[in-house]
Design a protein around this ligand. Structure first.
Ligand code: TGC
Length: 428
């Protein structure tokens, strides 16, 4: 995080207003944006983990991110570092996983995303999607084979659900798994927007095993990416998530042994995939607040230092009303994330999809709004990679879209409130 001191220059107005007592610098782990003593909500151990992740971000990500983003490079050398810090499968236990709490993971996610959404996305895809799928639905052998290496960052995983013609509606997927009389599975189809696929040693591929369209026959498969017929290709020309890897996957008669299927009953049907999406959506609820906070810190610092019309920009009412709205929104976002995180730690079964949707929907909206406003407040300088807000705003276009668009989450909440599913053309 960019630690900013509250700079107060000559007020633009004639008389200096009485000032509230300044918070001692560094008194909140969240810095100057903390209006309601959020800091108090977290234990010493939770704050220590936060600071360890922040140190990695400050030392490795911040000095390089503009360059990686400009050149569209994901720094693979950082993956073992993520493993050493215990960020991969962070709140899974056993099989070499770190066994931390969901709140600790959330705090780590927002620190990473203060660096860049693409780096947080790596941890999300690896831990919340690929590892979570094996952890929740895999056999003991599948867990033993993959989870220890994935937790250490020695093997990368990806999660293939979305297809070129099946985004918000994964039940319409066309990828098919057919079982031969001898037991082998043959996979055919394609996937799109799959994070990390070109880096991955293993892909969790979701495919129809029954009638297309109802989602009930969908199953997950553990696919080593060196299996003949599996091909991944990075998607280029992205205007978002440039320090990250999203791919097309083609499956051309990919032959797998009978035991490649995720065997647990919990994996039968699309709900097996949705349970993993819940985990990724949970991380996003926290992660995006890091991008929002970094945008806020950047613009607080900038407006304190930039003088126009004879006074620092931060002394003008128009700047202060914007800063105040940003700070209030970020505090609201942390309170929501904290409530959802504590619930998840206390009783994961009590955390419903509509709660997760509420957090993902609102915190993504907060974050992208703040990043855009911050870009505007930087004036012309805001369009350069020398400042983070436009990079964050561009990344957040993806974060707001993946793991369920705003509309998917609004309709999930709508169904919870009314009892009517309104996803399809006719409603259901
Ligand atoms: P429906 O067919 O009725 O539900 C199927 C079954 O799933 C259950 N279910 C859930 N279970 C757990 N958590 C959730 N959030 C769940 N949502 C639904 C449901 O109870 C049912 O169970 P059962 O036992 O009755 O069969 O589907 P629906 O009408 O409930 O859902 C519709 C909708 C729109 C909510 C759902 O299709 C949806 O969430 N769509 C958005 C999909 C999405 O987020 N896609 C983006 C994935 S990102 C990606 O693929 C790339 S990976 C990221 C990367 O690599 O970077």
């Amino acid at each position: 995080m960019t630690q900013t001191s509250q700079r107060r220059g000559t007020p633009a107005q004639s008389a200096a207003p009485p000032q509230s007592p300044a918070r001692p610098a560094g008194s909140s782990i969240f810095g100057p944006v903390d209006l309601v003593d959020l800091d108090r909500l977290f234990s010493a151990e939770e704050k220590a983990i936060t600071l360890r992740v922040r140190a990695l971000v400050d030392e490795v990500i911040r000095p390089n991110i503009a360059d990686w983003y400009e050149r569209a490079v994901f720094p693979t050398e950082i993956v073992p570092e993520f493993g050493r810090l215990g960020l991969l499968g962070m709140y899974l236990s056993g099989y070499g996983c770190p066994g931390r709490s969901c709140v600790e993971y959330g705090l780590a996610a927002q620190e990473l995303e203060a660096g860049d959404s693409g780096l947080r996305t790596f941890v999300s895809v690896q831990g919340s999607l690929a590892m979570a799928a094996i952890y929740k639905h895999g056999s003991a052998e599948q867990k033993q084979e993959w989870l220890p290496r994935m937790a250490a960052g020695e093997a990368v995983g990806c999660f293939g659900l979305t297809e070129p013609t099946a985004g918000s509606d994964p039940s319409s997927m066309r990828t098919v798994a057919t079982q031969e009389p001898g037991g082998d599975w043959i996979l055919n189809g394609s996937k799109r927007w799959i994070g990390l696929a070109t880096l991955a040693s293993v892909a969790i591929i979701w495919a129809q095993t029954g009638e297309p369209g109802d989602g009930r026959g969908v199953r997950g498969f553990v696919v080593p990416t060196d299996t003949p017929g599996f091909r991944a290709e990075a998607i280029t020309r992205k205007l978002s998530m440039r320090a990250s890897v999203q791919c097309e996957i083609t499956l051309d008669n990919v032959r797998l042994p009978a035991d490649a299927i995720l065997p647990a009953d919990s994996a039968a049907g699309l709900k097996g995939a949705f349970q993993c999406l819940n985990e990724a959506r949970y991380g996003i609820i926290w992660g995006v607040l890091g991008a929002a906070r970094d945008s806020f810190d950047t613009v607080l610092d900038y407006t304190g230092n930039r003088t126009q019309f004879g006074a620092p920009l931060s002394s003008y009412q128009i700047t202060q009303t914007k800063l105040a709205d940003m700070a209030v929104a970020i505090n609201r976002g942390y309170l929501l994330a904290h409530q959802i995180g504590r619930l998840k730690d206390a009783d994961p079964a009590a955390l419903t999809p509509s709660m997760i949707s509420a957090g993902k929907l609102d915190n993504c909206r907060i974050a992208i709004g703040i990043a855009r406003d911050a870009r505007e407040m930087l004036g012309g300088n805001g369009i350069s990679l020398d400042h983070s807000p436009l990079r964050h705003a561009n990344n957040l276009e993806s974060v707001r879209t993946y793991e369920g668009t705003d509309e998917v989450h609004q309709l999930t909440i709508g169904r919870h409130l009314t009892g009517h599913g309104a996803f399809g053309h006719t409603g259901s």
